[in-house]
Design a protein around this ligand. Structure first.
Ligand code: KIV
Ligand code: ZN
Length: 561
């Protein structure tokens, strides 16, 4: 690489002597304007066809957007026809403003007004480029030259809008000094004031001044300084709505938007998933959900972000990255054991406290709020901790493994991951649990049994049954204070001795009439090994007895297959 200072000119930050935005806090959502169908569409390898645009438009409306830039109707016949179809087909709800972009050139402005005839609410969005670089390299003109283009264009827009208004259309105006952040801010203020005059801006008919970060060429704080300075110096500020239009060339589009809102922006243009020219526009879903996570109602409905992702991918043929904030496949997945453990503790804490507020480590929002499930929260691989497997067992299958059992089962899971050399699914984890605990009936297998329960507490409980050891059946019987004690007695009489009972826990697995009980029993074997056994049955006493046999079997050598 060439030495950077020999090739690149650093951005010259504006001196904002009266900077206040760093001390501010966002309190409410801006007006959102989707530019998916225009800026987003212009950036597609294959622009959307009519059906795709209609589907995306409908989706944007359902999401709650009230201002939607539907296209650039003077740019091509296709764009013109799509605009006409949207209007004539009655697809636009009465409370939605469609926005159309047009360059400040006479024939294009006329064509744009032709395209929107018959629409109820229209924002005519006029733009021309104002930056020092574009003046020098592209237009080869000075500040006066670009001001004239803007003011003449605005004059014509105003004139044609009066005609449309006379025919019943509600018309509002938007002006973008394109490449605002690369424009001298005093000049941007000046040209916008002249455009406002040409458009007869008033507090009843405010002009939207959209200040694009067309190519993100500076850090977000510099953009925020420009926005604050612009707001402070604009004459008749009350006759304007300050809008921003961040792009993402430096990868800081979201930060730029958030700081610019602190600096005074009231309206934000962007797209779903940040689709747009080069590195994209501002991702409105990301910006809105950031607000949501801070307790601010974003005013947009992202309760089914996966559906939105599907529609986006279908209509744009773009792909949402696995790590994309909020929407990516992996963003609610924790691979690390300590993270899994903390998530589980957070979820347990939420259940125990029954509180309203979301307080789960590593999950900035509740995945369920945006239509995602807890299901993919924890994945099991060889890096996972013991808590992850227990989480899966509890949340997917209803088995609340006692804490003392977590290390034992966690180790089995890790060993299995190492053996298969890949991540385990929740089903894999359950299959392992089943193999290790629920289907263990060798060398001991209780074939038949009955419990003679006492009618009064003074009487012992009696256990009688047939226990198969390898391939031989043995009748066994014993008495005790309770069913497990009686079963233990029977085992002792059959010569299965020196097992120590260490721990017991139980819970119901599912509700309703067919609810089952799970019993967890930890035993110490004669050679000092501590093992858990699990028994499941409709009857809790039987579940416990099965748990004891399971634990004993698990201390024995496995049947060779
Ligand atoms: O990025 C940009 O500057 C634009 C304008 C036309 C608003 O898309
Ligand atoms: Zn743009």
């Amino acid at each position: 690489m060439k030495p950077a200072h020999e090739k690149y000119i650093p951005f010259k930050p504006l001196k904002n002597e009266n900077r206040r935005w760093p001390d501010k806090v966002l309190k409410e959502a801006p007006v959102w304007c989707s530019v998916d169908l225009r800026d987003g569409n212009q950036a597609l390898v294959e622009p959307m066809n009519l059906d795709e645009k209609l589907l995306l438009f409908k989706t944007l409306v359902e999401t709650g957007f009230k201002e939607i830039e539907i296209g650039f109707p003077s740019a091509s016949e296709t764009e013109y026809e799509i605009t006409r179809t949207l209007i004539k087909g009655g697809h636009i709800p009465d409370d939605v403003w469609i926005q159309v972009l047009v360059q400040a050139r006479e024939h294009l402005i006329r064509k744009t007004f032709e395209a929107v005839r018959g629409a109820k609410n229209v924002i005519v969005h006029l733009y021309n480029s104002t930056s020092a670089l574009q003046r020098k390299v592209v237009f080869k003109t000075d500040m006066q030259g670009v001001t004239d283009i803007a003011v003449q264009g605005a004059g014509l827009v105003y004139e044609l809008a009066r005609e449309s208004a006379a025919q019943g259309m509600n018309v509002r105006f938007e002006y973008s000094p394109e490449s605002f952040s690369g424009t001298e801010t005093d000049f941007a203020v000046d040209i916008c004031e002249q455009v406002m005059d040409a458009l007869h801006a008033s507090s009843e008919n405010k002009v939207i001044l959209n200040l694009p970060h067309t190519v993100e060429g500076c850090t977000p704080n510099c953009y925020a300084d420009q926005i604050e300075y612009f707001c402070d110096h604009l004459k008749n500020r009350e006759n304007a709505v300050i809008s921003i239009h961040p792009h993402n060339d430096r990868g800081t589009g979201i930060a730029a938007a958030e700081l610019a809102m602190l600096a005074g922006a009231e309206r934000v243009e962007g797209t779903l998933f940040g689709n747009g020219e080069r590195t994209g526009n501002l991702d409105i879903i990301n910006a809105a959900l950031n607000m949501y996570s801070q307790g601010i109602d974003p005013g947009l409905d992202f309760s089914n972000v996966i559906k939105l992702r599907e529609i986006y991918e279908k209509t744009t043929k773009m792909r949402v990255h696995e790590r994309h904030p909020y929407a990516g496949e992996l963003v609610f997945t924790a691979f690390s054991g300590s993270h899994q453990d903390a998530i589980k503790k957070g979820m347990d804490y939420m259940l125990e406290q029954g509180g309203d507020y979301w307080e789960v480590p590593y999950l900035p929002i509740d995945p369920a709020d945006i239509g995602r499930e807890y299901e993919p929260v924890v994945r099991i691989n060889s890096q996972s901790g013991k808590g992850g497997a227990a989480f899966i067992m509890q949340n997917y299958f209803g088995y609340k493994l006692p804490k003392a059992m977590h290390p034992e089962f966690g180790e089995l899971v890790q060993r299995e991951c190492d053996r298969i050399g890949k991540e385990m699914t929740a089903q894999d984890v359950f299959a392992l649990f089943s193999r290790e605990y629920l289907e263990v009936n060798y060398p001991y297998n209780l074939k038949t049994f009955r419990l003679l329960e006492r009618s009064d507490d003074a009487e012992p409980v009696r256990f009688e049954g047939v226990l198969r050891w390898k391939h031989e059946d043995h009748e066994i019987s014993g008495t005790g204070n309770g069913p497990i004690d009686a079963f233990f007695g029977a085992l002792q009489e059959a010569g299965i001795k020196d097992y120590e009972f260490l721990f017991y826990d139980e819970h119901a697995i599912s509700g309703g009439a067919d609810s089952k009980a799970a019993a967890y029993i930890q035993m110490r074997s004669p050679d000092g090994k501590k093992v858990f056994g699990v028994g499941v049955d409709n009857n809790i006493s039987i579940a416990s007895i099965k748990g004891v046999i399971c634990a004993i079997n698990r201390t024995q050598p496995k049947k060779s297959s």
